[in-house]
Write a protein that binds this ligand. Sequence first.
Ligand code: XIL
Length: 311
Amino acid sequence: DTSLRSLAEAKGIYFGTAITQGDLNNPALTAVAGSQFGMLTPGNEMKWDTTEPSRGSFNFAPADRLVSFAQANSMKLRGHTLVWHSQLPSWVSSLPTTQVKAAMENHITNEVTHYKGKLYAWDVVNEPFNEDGSFRTDAFYNAMGSGFVADALRTARAADPDAKLYLNDYNIEGQNAKSDAMYNLVKTLKSQGVPLDGVGFQAHFIAGQVPSTFKANLQRFTALGVNVAITELDDRIQLPATTASLAQQANDYAGVVNTCLAVSGCVGITQWGVGDADSWIPGTFPGYGAATLYDATYRPKPAYAATATAL
Ligand code: XIL
């Protein structure tokens, strides 16, 4: 078996993908997803706007379908995400600050309990930082200050003691002000005995611009006693893609795999999407695309071969 998932597992890491509910209707996509990837992250369905669209009213049906797909294909699951400023229903952001803590704890307890025993890990808090390393002044920070992070982690641990608990962010792959802030937060939380198992590095890269400090940065986090994971990998290309840019992308993907394999405590890599046709990149970064391992018809690209070789 030369699938990415088997090659990764033979090296002691996982290789995963993100899938949305709509993707389940695409047989070309699901065939690749179920055979090549060993971990599934729901792309949107575990976010607050889907799971608790109005206060106290929970909807787990969309994510449950993805959980069933993962289980049917012997894939593990990453829960994404419990506390995030985005895809947050307006009822939360318009609560009086005195009520946000209870709402957050109730949300975490209900969602984590629903999936108790089924998930490998949770992205408990997503994207807490601004680019300069200051905390985002979102509903949670405004109500609780930076203590919302520890409170969220403790609440998640109480609801499912077996799921690995992660903080997740983007633009923290290299050493910079934002990754310094995450590093300092992790250091503080660990010194306080707050339950925290890992840090997720989203890794939404631009072809040719993977930070040179990626490996050293991951290593300074693992030195704090946490695991690291690459949680949302893609490598966008300015369109139209060329032979040269696809070769650059292949080189980038191999580099990411080699980096994870070289860092003890790097548990795995998840690509954000299966193929270029279902990737979020073209919709969010106009002029960019072709960011994944598979082309628009789910044929493997040069980056696929490079990934398989690096694994
Ligand atoms: C993206 C999804 O892929 C899109 O479908 C959605 O419209 C917006 O969110 N960082 C994250 C992910 O943590 O949840 C985001 O997913 C991409 C950026």
